[in-house]
Design a protein. Structure first.
Length: 198
């Protein structure tokens, strides 16, 4: 890895720390060549601390180490993306990240859709909301809808109309998310089960 430490006057390059699993950005630190080499050797992320004016291994006092998984160099060769497995909270204030976020997986639109489903369930206006009406009818009706949509996906999979197949797949996923919510779970719970099967 040919890192350009001369780009900045202090000889330090930014090191963006990202959780390997959740993909959350956890913190930003700085490395000189010595910190980079120590990180590579020990597999524990080490920075050059500008306040302490020395090498500093994250977690050396708290025990909240950052276990190194991978390092990537950007296109200008002057900043690093370091993927880690964190051991405990990352921020010195006790938060999961230095931006005060919870370090949990975010599945983009799927996570947003789960939030919408939850809000419609809470609103309980079954006259205006299809989702609220399903929750009002109970778990048996929700499970039945998942079964119906699954059968429709199978039927469309055997035909040649990709548009209908995708429409039915979307219906199945939507109703499955409703069922997960009704059972008190989220897509993240399912992902955790899949991870354990690897």
């Amino acid at each position: 890895m040919n890192i350009d430490y001369t780009k900045y006057q202090d000889g330090l390059v930014p090191a963006i720390i990202q959780d390997s699993t959740t993909k959350k950005v956890l913190m930003l630190g700085f490395m000189n060549e010595e910190a980079f080499l120590k990180t590579s050797e020990t597999k524990k992320v080490t920075f050059f601390s500008r306040t302490k004016n020395r090498l500093w291994t994250k977690g050396e006092e708290s025990g909240n180490f950052l276990q190194l998984d991978a390092i990537a160099l950007d296109c200008d060769q002057d900043s690093l993306l370091i993927q880690v497995t964190p051991v405990g909270p990352v921020c010195h204030k006790g938060a999961d990240t230095c931006w005060g976020e919870d370090n949990v997986s975010d599945f983009g639109f799927i996570s947003s859709l789960e939030s919408i489903i939850e809000s419609r369930k809470i609103s309980a206006d079954s006259e205006k909301s299809y989702v609220a009406s399903l929750f009002e009818k109970g778990i048996n009706k929700i499970a039945q809808k998942v079964g119906e949509e699954a059968v429709e996906v199978v039927i469309e999979a055997k035909d040649d109309n990709d548009g209908l197949f995708l429409d039915e797949s979307a219906d199945l996923l939507f109703h499955y998310l409703i069922l997960l919510n009704a059972k008190g779970f989220s897509i993240n719970d399912v992902v955790e089960v899949l991870k354990k099967r690897q």
